[in-house]
Design a protein around this ligand. Structure first.
Ligand code: NDP
Ligand code: OXD
Length: 319
């Protein structure tokens, strides 16, 4: 049997973890880790599969014989607009561990706003014993935008916590016990939503989508008093100046943000200072290397057996 070409890996996160796990991953073919300086000028023309997260701009010129591209994450906006992107399948990362992590983050943020955690944080720093009476989860409607792999799991887990949950997506979904809306019914969905959870991919349609015009359409007479915005989709879907002004003028009662227009969030951003905004550094659902490499191996095995790849991006819609 002829030797199989190594897998090309260009992942711009957790370089130590990636290098460590790569030592034993892909045992049948090996890998070329572009983060390793020894591979800097290396000829990549033999590579057939590439696993990428924010790859170098010249990657596709250097590796012209790829058959499949694997995204190092669930999102593919880091690849989709690249110059020279070949017309081959792009496979997203879909995995139980990633989905579970995202739902943990979403449920945690919804509960933090439900229970007024930022107010407790302030009281704690002031050594004050200040009880708060929060509404029950059932009195609060969480509207999840994006009912894909992550959105549907978050919906299920929010329901377990007792929230009233509704969902919105480009094409309407049928989910037991959940009122769902399609893209045309946006305003009706927003008018019922107390906590808005963004789990949308970044596409031309979703760029700058979460803005003050949208925030003004959220329900204003719900149990929380003021609506809350939570986003773990992509930062360029939100207008951060509008989040800041909407919190200042009372349109929003708070926010939780894991993703930002510019990452890392610049230290000059006013968002850092806002008491009722919880910020996490794009780690709501990290791609764990072992799980990621196992997923790539499984998809390559399918491809080489002549089966269809799973989780392939639809380039016409951009996700
Ligand atoms: P999916 O592709 O499974 O789901 C995307 C959902 O968004 C679908 O329901 C889709 O509608 C909907 N959607 C897309 N465009 C529109 C639109 N213009 N209007 C209305 N609905 C739209 O993606 P995942 O659930 O796997 O992931 C979602 C995103 O989460 C990723 O793209 C990524 O950006 C982000 N992410 C963030 C992470 C983090 O750590 N912060 C980690 C992982 C992912 P339809 O069902 O009709 O196709
Ligand atoms: C992803 C991410 O898309 O981590 O998986 O943002």
């Amino acid at each position: 049997m002829s030797a199989r070409p190594p897998i090309l890996v260009d992942i711009k996160f957790n370089p130590e973890g990636v290098a460590r796990v790569l030592k034993t991953a892909f045992a049948d073919r090996g890998s070329i880790n572009l983060a390793d300086p020894a591979n800097r000028g290396r000829d990549l023309s033999e590579a057939e599969y590439a696993l990428l997260w924010k790859p170098d701009a010249d990657l596709f010129q250097r590796a012209p014989n790829l058959k499949v591209i694997f995204s190092g994450g669930a999102g593919v906006d880091h690849i989709i607009g690249m110059d020279g992107l070949p017309d081959i399948s792009i496979v997203r990362f879909v995995d139980r561990s990633l989905t579970t992590r995202m739902s943990e983050w979403v449920v945690m943020q919804c509960l933090m706003h439900l229970r007024g955690q930022y107010a407790h944080d302030i009281s704690q720093r002031q050594r004050q014993w200040a009880k708060l009476i929060a509404p029950e989860a059932a009195e609060v409607t969480v509207g999840v935008m994006g009912l894909g792999i992550l959105g549907q799991d978050a919906v299920a887990k929010l329901k377990v916590m007792g929230f009233d949950v509704i969902g919105w997506s480009r094409t309407r979904k049928e989910i037991d016990g959940v009122e769902t809306f399609d893209a045309r019914a946006l305003d009706r969905f927003l008018a019922k939503t107390d906590i808005l959870v963004g789990l949308l991919p970044l596409t031309p349609e979703t760029t700058g989508f979460y803005n003050s015009g949208l925030f003004k359409k959220l329900r204003r007479d719900g149990a929380l008093g003021k609506p809350v915005f939570i986003n773990a989709g992509r930062g360029r879907s939100q207008v951060e100046a509008d989040i800041v002004s909407s919190i200042a003028d009372g349109t929003l009662g708070g926010a939780s943000l894991d993703v930002f227009e510019v990452e890392p969030l610049p230290s000059t951003s006013p968002l850092w200072e806002l008491e009722n905004v919880f910020i996490t550094p794009h780690d709501a659902a990290v791609s764990e290397e072992n799980a990621l490499f196992r997923h790539v191996e499984a998809q390559i095995a399918r491809f080489e057996r002549g089966e269809t790849l799973q989780f392939v991006v639809d380039r016409a819609v951009g996700y």
